[in-house]
Design a protein around this ligand. Structure first.
Ligand code: ADP
Length: 416
């Protein structure tokens, strides 16, 4: 092949990786095909899997209105033959070859005299056909023309595939965004709708408990306890959602972390006793004051301690440590319980995630506790993470900035 033709092919192939505008690039492939095979025009037909027919997808501008998108049957067309056989075809006089699909000439007011077609392959599977028409001076198409068109066809296949993948990726990305929006909307509406009837159940059950004698306390307590549990779940759901839609507002003031740890730990003493798990506390002597909404930090800490007790067997222990680390207060909830398999660790803070192997040993829980804790801590410009070894135990740690203002300035993850 003459070196100028090789150079031109190289130039087109180099363009593939740099191609920003796919349509423009495919047009440049058509021009190269026309020029290098000495043809009057060229076009690309893509296979439509669902309709099982070929369709003109890239055509020169002067044919665009007439044939862009026009369908070509697999039977009774030269392009169909190339596609089905997976082989090139040269027809030097279409007048004497029945394979030519004449409708296109009528539509485009073009007279096809000779034709070269090659299959476009992707990983060995045909995805379309590349055609060049009317070699100049009624000359015959040559084997070299076939090689050139095949080279350009594989570049066009790669370009089309890249374009398809990109479009699919964009489609998936917007589908994910839409799904996430729907999920948030569903959570917001459901939790809102459930709150009112649940409030009524709790109110009336509490009233009945007062009115009816001790004989009914057991049943009414069960109703109140379970309704309160439901209320807790709904609050968890909506607090995650509130944060994400930016509704949550912090009521922050100077609070003592030591005090929060003591209070929360005390509220879990009876649960720990029932389970036979020892609760321990290790508080630094420093003033552990932080700028925070104490109720939200207490929710986060409660969720960590509740899990630690729940996933630790009888005889085990849960240690809550609080200490000062420069600019931060560091709190760790350390248990010597079941631990978390390494492959599940990155997902434990996701909404609705539960470790598969723990499911059989669980009572209640929806996989929300840790995502709520994460939201609460990050709202304060803090960070939370876990270290765990399956069968040995877990260490959930969070850091809270002592001074919220400077934490925000230091570009901590701080979003409302
Ligand atoms: P749930 O409300 O269901 O407990 P969480 O979001 O609080 O959900 O926790 C998610 C999952 O992480 C739990 O279901 C459990 O499998 C695992 N997990 C959480 N804390 C611990 C822990 N201290 N030890 C072992 N596994 C834990």
């Amino acid at each position: 092949m003459a070196s100028d033709r090789i150079n031109r092919l190289l130039e087109v192939s180099r363009g593939l990786s740099a191609a920003g505008d796919m349509e423009k690039y495919l047009q440049s492939i058509l021009s190269a095909a026309t020029e290098l095979t000495g043809s009057e025009t060229a076009s690309i037909l893509e296979f439509d899997e669902a309709a099982r027919e070929l369709r003109f997808s890239v055509v020169p501008w002067f044919h665009r209105d007439a044939i862009q998108g026009v369908k070509v049957p697999l039977d009774g067309s030269a392009a169909g033959w190339v596609f089905m056989q997976g082989k090139p075809v040269i027809i030097n006089d279409v007048g004497v070859d029945a394979r030519h699909f004449r409708t296109i000439d009528l539509l485009s007011k073009f007279t096809t005299k000779s034709l070269l077609g090659v299959p476009m392959l992707l990983h060995g599977t045909p995805i379309g056909v590349f055609e060049a028409l009317n070699k100049a001076n009624s000359a015959h198409y040559t084997e070299e023309d076939v090689t050139i068109l095949e080279t350009l066809a594989s570049l066009a296949s790669a370009a089309l595939q890249a374009d398809r993948l990109e479009r699919r990726l964009q489609g998936s990305a917007s589908e994910i965004t839409e799904l996430d929006r729907l999920k948030s909307e569903f959570i917001a509406i459901t939790s809102h709708e459930l709150r009112t009837p649940l409030g009524l159940i709790l109110g009336h059950a509490t009233f009945l408990r007062e009115m009816l004698g001790k004989d009914y306390h057991e049943q009414l307590d069960a109703i109140i306890r379970n309704a309160a549990r439901l209320k807790e779940i709904i609050e968890s759901l909506s607090s995650v959602d509130n944060y994400q839609s930016g509704v949550a507002r912090l009521r922050q003031r100077k609070v003592s972390m030591a005090r929060i740890v003591e209070d929360v730990l005390a509220s879990f003493q009876s649960m720990a006793d029932e389970k036979g798990v020892k609760l321990k506390m290790d508080l630094s002597k420093h003033d552990l004051l932080v700028d925070a909404d104490g109720s939200k930090i207490a929710i986060a800490l409660s969720n960590l301690i509740k899990n630690a007790i729940m996933f630790t067997d009888k005889g085990g222990q849960v240690l809550v440590k609080a200490e000062l680390s420069p600019g931060y207060v560091k709190v760790s909830v350390i248990d010597n319980g079941l631990g978390i398999p390494a492959h599940d660790l990155p997902r434990v803070f996701e909404r609705f995630f539960q470790v598969e192997s723990h499911l059989t040993r669980r009572h209640g829980g929806m996989g929300l506790g840790l995502s709520v804790a994460k939201v609460m801590i990050e709202m304060h410009g803090g960070r939370i993470w876990v270290e765990s070894v399956e069968g040995k135990g877990s260490n959930f740690t969070f850091l809270l900035p002592v001074d919220l203002q400077s934490a925000a300035q230091a570009e901590q993850p701080f979003h409302f």
